[in-house]
Design a protein around this ligand. Structure first.
Ligand code: SAM
Length: 227
């Protein structure tokens, strides 16, 4: 039976170059590597998982897919899952917080020198991740925002290079800000609603708090062209 991915992971898969040697960090069920291998889109994969339960389910799924010779499941923390000899060209890190993704990259920074592309899908704190990338010799070459099950997800395609983002680009994403898609507007409209509700509960006497929230509201309105 062919593996079917969530639309979120399908969107990630679309950015993986054909013939890649993939490390999927936090692979959980190993769905992404199995899907790509079944389609003949990648040559070799490591499914890295730090927690025993998800690691075991990844092992079971890879074994039942009959792909154990091409997908290795390794119990490891972050980038400790691969060695130079694995010749990994692409790393995916998806479905985790932006801070955790930055931390995983930071802890394995020295191992990233021979990697061609990172595809990152943070669940939150996207700005912190963009900031880490810019300070560590990486540039975003493409971004996508999508929605599934009433949640919004941002996907960043990253390669070695230079990038100098201003505060707005860090927050909203340089390409997403340019594109201003309907999904982008919907995400930030929702955020705007939360902030306006929060502001209505802050007493007039708390001027600093009100001013901080008002600035965030204004930045969002500008980003979605509604100021
Ligand atoms: N990547 C899959 C996806 O996007 O659907 C699974 C996402 S799941 C929410 C996050 C997974 O990352 C969990 O299975 C968790 O155990 C694993 N994880 C968290 N920190 C990790 C780390 N430092 N190294 C490897 N795996 C990690």
């Amino acid at each position: 039976m062919q593996t079917i991915l969530s639309q979120r992971l399908q969107d990630v898969a679309n950015y993986i170059p054909t013939g890649a040697r993939l490390l999927d960090v936090g692979s959980d069920h190993a769905y992404l590597p199995i899907y790509l291998m079944e389609k003949g889109l990648i040559d070799f994969a490591i499914a890295g998982e730090v927690v025993k339960g998800p690691y075991d389910s990844a092992v079971t799924n890879v074994a039942s897919s009959g792909l154990s010779d091409k997908i290795q499941v390794r119990l490891a923390n972050g980038l400790a899952a691969f060695e130079e000899a694995d010749d990994i060209s692409v790393i995916t890190i998806c479905g985790m917080g932006g801070y955790l993704i930055s931390d995983i990259l930071e802890n394995g920074r020295a191992k990233l020198t021979n990697v061609d592309r990172l595809i990152l899908q943070p669940n939150n704190r996207e700005d912190e991740l963009r900031d880490w990338l810019g300070r560590n010799g990486f540039k975003i070459i493409a971004e996508k925002i999508m929605t599934e099950n009433d949640k919004f997800y941002e996907i960043m395609v990253v390669e070695p290079g230079q990038m100098d983002l201003d505060a707005r680009e860090l927050r909203f994403g340089p390409y997403l800000l340019q594109e201003k898609s309907q999904v982008f507007k919907a995400k930030w409209q929702r955020e705007l609603g939360k902030l306006e509700s929060a502001l209505s509960h802050v007493p007039e006497s708390h001027e600093d708090d009100r001013s901080a929230i008002s600035q965030k509201i204004q930045a969002i309105k500008e980003a979605i062209n509604e100021s």
